[in-house]
Design a protein around this ligand. Structure first.
Ligand SMILES: Cc1ncc(COP(=O)(O)O)c(C=O)c1O
Length: 401
């Protein structure tokens, strides 16, 4: 199929979350997280784009794009969670915080006596690559488990960080189960998924994501721009959304949180409708691979179920359209990264989303913030969809292997 041809997209599915309790307050983000990230190599805030063409097209006052397309040398936001969670897991393993340290090389030297030492994780791509990257920085080994069918580009990207990759004969949950077996006094499992008896590290992963929202706050203040009226966040198991809820619902924010999922992996929406965590059986075949999850994370569910106002699920054609339109705004977004714009497109135009428009959130005085969580992680498909290689669209500081 010609990926750039216009194909009519199936209607989105919209849910006004019946479990939403926006008055519920969560603790404010821990400032230690951002302090930690500032000591990571090549730390710099990611760009908050102002996209007037998108604002005009979608009938709102302002569209802001927080572009997590290159973060700490990797093409997704995931390193923020993986780095903080692995650091805290290390501190717990050591029994103390190895402070003071100025940068990661300094930290790696201080804890070099642990070697040989390793991290293990399961992944559908971005999290595992981030854990492997962190292990490499610390001089540790790393073993990453991926589900059967993981595309070679993603496996190679993890291997390029120096990790051993094992393809598990099964799905993501099988990979998680296999990774858990690696835990030992010489190996820490850094999972972003919890299971009974293992939830501290997945919570730390969520905490790690809060740096993004603190950066947005700072950028808006510096630009003299008010807070967004709606924030659109992609949801896989909901860990990233859980961080968004933690930030926005730690204070008196009047806006709305909108979660977006792929049409056939909308486990958060289905769960909210059912009133409890509910599985959406696979296979999940969306090109928004980071969102191909069949069950919300139990760690994320309490915040996500009560903090998200609207949930929308979209098909792949919307994601492709989102990639192309973001490219037009100079933002290099991969398939999963484009999900937030895919949602805005559907919320603006689909008959099935009329209730959202009636809520007044798409008016000319509204500011919409899109969380674009991934760059061009699959170069071949990026080119097929957008019609240009990522380098021609925006500055690429990160090599997407
Ligand atoms: C690029 C990208 N965006 C969004 C998500 C969704 O995050 P979560 O699973 O925490 O909901 C993922 C998850 O892997 C991802 O890789």
């Amino acid at each position: 199929m010609n990926e750039t041809a216009a194909v009519s997209a199936p209607e989105a599915t919209l849910l006004r979350n019946p479990l939403c309790r926006p008055e519920t307050r969560w603790p404010a983000p821990d400032p230690a997280v951002w302090t930690f990230h500032r000591r990571m190599p090549a730390y710099r805030e990611t760009t908050l784009f102002d996209c007037p063409d998108l604002a005009r097209r979608y009938g709102v006052g302002r569209v802001l794009v927080k572009a997590e397309t290159q973060r700490l040398g990797l093409p997704s936001f995931k390193i923020l969670g993986a780095s903080w969670a692995s650091y805290r897991a290390l501190c717990e393993h050591l029994g103390f915080d190895p402070e003071p340290w100025a940068n990661i090389n300094d930290l790696a030297r201080r804890i070099s006596y642990l070697r040989p030492f390793s991290f293990a994780a399961a992944t559908d791509g971005n999290h595992g690559r981030a854990v492997a990257f962190m292990a490499r920085l610390l001089g540790f080994q790393c073993h990453i488990f991926v589900p059967a069918g993981t595309v070679p580009a993603r496996i190679h990207a993890i291997q390029n960080e120096g990790a051993t990759v094992t393809v598990v004969d099964g799905d993501y949950d099988a990979a998680v189960a296999r990774s858990a077996e690696e835990a030992s006094d010489r190996c820490l499992v850094i999972s972003d998924t919890s299971w009974p008896g293992y939830d501290v590290t997945p919570r730390r992963v969520v905490d790690g994501y809060t740096t993004i929202f603190l950066e947005v706050e700072q950028a808006l203040k510096a630009a003299g721009v008010g807070e967004p009226d709606a924030v659109i966040v992609p949801m896989g198991v909901g860990a990233f959304m859980s961080a968004a809820v933690g930030y926005y619902r730690s204070r008196d924010w009047k806006g709305s949180l909108v979660g977006v999922e792929p049409a056939d992996a909308n486990c958060v929406q289905v769960s909210a409708k059912a009133g409890e965590m509910t599985a959406v059986p696979g296979p999940h075949r969306s090109i928004m691979v980071g969102l191909n999850c069949g069950l919300p994370s139990p760690v994320a569910w309490p915040r996500v179920s009560t903090g998200v106002d609207w949930m929308v699920s979209v098909g792949d054609e919307r994601a492709r359209q989102g990639m192309r339109e973001l490219a037009g705004a100079g933002v290099v977004a991969g398939e999963t990264g484009a999900a937030a714009l895919a949602a805005l497109i559907a919320l603006h135009g689909d008959a099935s989303t009329a209730a959202f428009r009636e809520s007044g959130l798409l008016g000319p005085d509204k500011t919409i913030l899109l969380m674009v969580t991934e760059g061009a992680t699959d170069r071949g498909n990026y080119r097929a969809v957008v019609g240009r290689p990522p380098e021609e669209v925006g500055t690429i500081l990160t090599l997407a292997h």
